[in-house]
Design a protein around this ligand. Structure first.
Ligand code: PGA
Length: 247
């Protein structure tokens, strides 16, 4: 059996004073067997480390540069994230893909850079509403994964996580049904199994998109759903902890 992982994605939310209580509540309230992490904005990594170090909750970032160092104003490297004790980093979140021009090729390069730095990349994939309605969900998700597989190889995924996040379900309150999510998760696992049955069976595939305390248990109960990537609900300690407990 694969273990479960619940990762919070704070996106661009938080403040030094507001985060303190949230981080402490998560640190003190987390129970159950699932691994738990929070991906916070860069400036709050030191704070996350100060509060969470020594406990069971890991922390990480929401993006990483594809470059190791150099004249890339505004960018943050994988080694810098490791300096702040990060374990995880999101790559290819749909908001990065749609607002900041992270193409499949850029995402693949960020994935490689994260692994090289010793981080666990969480590769986010997912289709838009138009793509789902056009019946191309499988094609889109496979293309996003293939871009990374062709540059990093399947073995890299023994140290990585995949998150399936249908774009139409992110922040919309419209969750994929457990059956809809399971269908895509199974397809993703089959794609990896074509290259390595072993990697495929060990790979954690998270679901993200309007996960709430009320729908987490049923989603996480699906055979190919190994936890969640939680946006809005990760900003409310009680909700996030309930979701962690459901895993
Ligand atoms: P949401 O966001 O839970 O607010 O839908 C998920 C995500 O974007 O990671």
């Amino acid at each position: 059996m694969r273990s479960k992982l619940v990762a919070g994605n704070w996106k661009m939310h938080g403040s030094l004073s507001g985060n303190q209580g949230l981080l402490q509540a998560v640190r003190d309230g987390v129970k159950g067997n699932a691994a738990v992490a929070v991906c916070v904005p860069y400036p709050y990594l030191a704070q996350a480390r100060a509060v969470l170090e020594g406990g069971s909750v890991a922390w990480g970032a929401q993006d990483v540069s594809e470059h190791a160092q150099g004249a890339f104003t505004g960018e943050v490297s994988g080694a810098m994230l490791v300096d702040f004790g990060c374990r995880y980093v999101l790559v290819g979140h749909s908001e990065r893909r749609s607002f900041y021009g992270d193409t499949d090729a850029v995402v693949a390069a960020k994935f490689t850079a994260a692994l090289k730095a010793g981080l666990t990349p969480v590769l986010c994939v997912g289709e838009s509403l138009a793509e789902r309605e056009a019946g191309t969900t499988g094609e889109v998700v496979t293309r996003q994964i293939d871009a990374v597989l062709s540059s990093s190889g399947v073995a890299a995924f023994s140290s990585a996580v995949v998150a399936y996040e249908p774009v139409w379900a992110i922040g919309t309150g419209r969750t994929a049904s457990p059956a809809q999510a399971q269908e895509v998760h199974a397809l993703i696992r089959q794609r990896f199994a074509r290259d390595s049955a072993e990697v495929a069976s060990g790979l954690q595939i998270l679901y993200g998109g309007s996960v709430k305390p009320g729908n987490a248990k049923e989603l996480f109960g699906q055979p190919d759903i190994d936890g969640g990537l939680i946006g809005g609900a990760s900003l409310v300690a009680e909700d996030f902890l309930a979701i962690c407990a459901a895993a």
